[in-house]
Design a protein. Structure first.
Length: 256
């Protein structure tokens, strides 16, 4: 299958670890030019950039703050200064402060400052898209993928605000598909569940081993997806092989 990504320019936020890193390397494997961002893990991002180049692509690394409009503008400008165009935006970065979601995480209404979570994980993606849209509209094959989370569909204890932000991305994506369709820009959501990056399952899933086994029993496959499975889905949706899928939420959850 010809994906048509050779020489295309892709901006991938949150590219230093897990899904973002796997997605950057997957685009590199197709010969794309990849701009990947990080917030605090600069060394990890540089390592991913080297992997992109070894896979056959080109890469640049950029600092990026989801909560800062000026940072979003600088990020897009830096990509355009380097490569003169932008074809693909993958909104993968997420911002979460505090303990991981779970039975012992603080519930909504306990006094925790929740506005920064909503601002970064919903408004932050829209900010970056706002700055990227003029160039995406001028691309012959503009593509946007917003990376969501299974909590948007199923919920989980301690994820009320994050789930609201991710669900907001679903609604925005559907409307953007109508607005950008006449310009040939396809916009979709990829919704992962728990994802592994190839290391010890319990550790990488962030779950106690017993709870992990309970989760696995609920999956038809009996195993959690790897980061590369999500990455491959993103790459397909952003490729020329996808000519008609837009406004959709594609689940990569192992059947959850």
């Amino acid at each position: 299958m010809e994906l048509g990504l050779q020489g295309r320019v892709a901006l991938i936020t949150g590219g230093s670890t897990n899904i973002g890193a796997a997605t950057a390397v997957a685009f590199g494997r197709e010969g794309a030019r990849v701009a990947l961002t990080y917030r605090s893990r600069g060394e990890a991002a540089e390592k991913v950039a080297r992997a992109v180049k070894e896979a056959g692509g080109r890469a640049m690394v950029l600092p990026y703050d989801l909560a800062d409009d000026a940072s979003a503008r600088r990020t897009v400008d830096a990509v355009l200064d380097r490569w003169g165009t932008l074809d693909v935006l993958v909104n993968n970065a997420a911002s979460w402060e505090g303990p991981p979601p779970g039975p012992h995480s603080p519930p909504f209404g306990d006094g925790t400052d929740w506005e920064p979570v909503l601002d970064a994980n919903l408004t932050g993606h829209l900010r970056l898209l706002h700055h990227a849209l003029p160039r995406l509209r001028r691309s012959s094959a503009g593509r946007v993928v917003n990376v969501s989370s299974i909590v948007a569909a199923r919920g989980a204890h301690g994820t009320t605000v994050l789930a609201a932000a991710k669900a907001g991305l679903h609604g925005a994506t559907r409307s953007l598909a109508w607005e950008l369709g006449p310009d040939g820009v396809l916009v979709n959501v990829v919704m992962p569940g728990l994802v592994l990056d190839g290391k010890d399952e319990a550790e990488r899933a962030g779950l106690p081993p017993q709870l992990l086994q309970e989760v696995l029993r609920e999956l038809p496959t009996g195993r959690l997806p790897l980061a590369r499975h999500v990455a491959d889905t993103v790459v397909f949706l952003c490729s020329s092989a996808n000519g008609a899928i837009t406004g959709e939420v594609v689940r990569v959850t192992g059947g959850a």
